[in-house]
Design a protein around this ligand. Structure first.
Ligand SMILES: [Zn+2]
Length: 327
């Protein structure tokens, strides 16, 4: 049986703001109210993908057997308890609809190929559990998604929740499921902007052909000056849809102040906005990379930007002092 407990209280801290992405027991990723539209869109897309009215009615019937984790379970008043086996499913469907074994066989195979209902052999267990894609139906309380489903249906879940939140949750979940490859989830994210998705996916890219030697201070100055427009490709003095959440209202804007490009979002729940102070490119890189909790976030962002700008940091007087004293 699956028994994952991430932690009692999982918070994701973003520029001083604490956001709770997980349920209290750490088993479900919460779906925010702003994500409601995305959930509906994912459902509609999934219905089109299934494209068979009969299949939809079989699935809607099976939905009544889902537990909080989107697993098909025999109801508590049935003779057999525990997860529904393939035989249980066949028997139930035959009891409810007048259909042949052959139709059921085809249904189960088509629906598995469409990634709607898939059998999964649990570790250390003789059981096979059938999981339903939360984009079709989500049985979790408080409108959450069972974290196990991130491993089974990442392509559909990414369409249901904000990209930024998806990245954070995937990282936490990847740690909980040792050995799983988190790049699988990151690849699911289809950002509007190509470079933003490169930053998020850890793809290397350079914006300057010629390498340049530069001091740390000059480098930081240069990044702040034009990093948001140059690296992320976001426009200045123009309203656009915020890159950190589902935003159809064009809530975000980049302004230049005291020779620094700053990212603002007027959505008061936005992770990018703390007291409307704005974030520079160094903050944004740390957020997109998920480095905000790392004490070294500033250094990591600057080093990352050095690669992008093709800058080589010159040795400082301090560096020379430390080298000599270490020798
Ligand atoms: Zn925003």
């Amino acid at each position: 049986m699956v028994d994952i407990q991430i932690s009692n209280e999982v918070f994701v801290e973003t520029t001083g703001k604490k956001l709770k992405y997980f349920s209290n027991d750490g088993r479900h990723v919460r779906i925010g109210r702003s994500e409601g539209i995305k959930v509906r869109e994912a459902f509609n897309e999934m219905r089109k993908r299934i494209g068979n009215a009969q299949y939809i009615s079989y699935l809607m019937y099976l939905v009544t057997f889902l537990n909080n984790n989107n697993e098909l379970y025999n109801l508590s008043n049935s003779k057999v308890k525990g997860p529904m086996s393939r035989e249980d499913i066949v028997e139930r469907l035959k009891g409810e609809f007048d259909i042949s074994d052959r139709t059921i066989r085809r249904f189960l195979s088509d629906i598995k190929n469409a990634n709607v209902l898939i059998p999964n052999n649990e570790d250390n267990s003789k059981y096979t559990i059938y999981y339903m894609n939360p984009a079709f139906y989500n049985a979790a309380p408080e409108y959450g998604i069972n974290i196990k489903l991130f491993l089974l249906f990442p392509n559909d879940i990414v369409k249901m929740i904000d990209a930024y939140k998806f990245i954070h949750c995937s990282k936490v979940i990847t740690d909980a499921f040792n050995g799983k490859d988190q790049t699988k989830y990151l690849r699911c994210i289809n950002e509007v902007n190509e470079n933003i998705s490169k930053v998020v996916n850890g793809e290397e890219f350079v914006i300057n052909k010629t390498p340049k030697k530069i001091t740390w201070t000059k480098a930081v100055e240069a990044f702040k000056k034009d990093g948001i427009s140059k690296v992320l490709g976001l426009p200045l003095n123009t309203l656009f849809n915020c890159i950190f959440h589902l935003d159809k209202a064009e809530s975000a804007m980049v302004l230049k102040r005291s020779n620094t490009e700053l990212y603002y979002c007027r959505n008061k729940d936005c992770v990018s906005t703390e007291k409307m102070l704005g974030n520079d490119i160094i903050n944004l890189i740390a957020m997109l990379k998920g480095w905000e909790n790392d004490p070294e976030w500033f250094k990591l962002s600057v080093e990352y930007l050095c690669t992008v700008y093709n800058y080589e940091l010159e040795e400082t007087v301090n560096d020379k002092f430390s080298k000599l004293s270490a020798a």
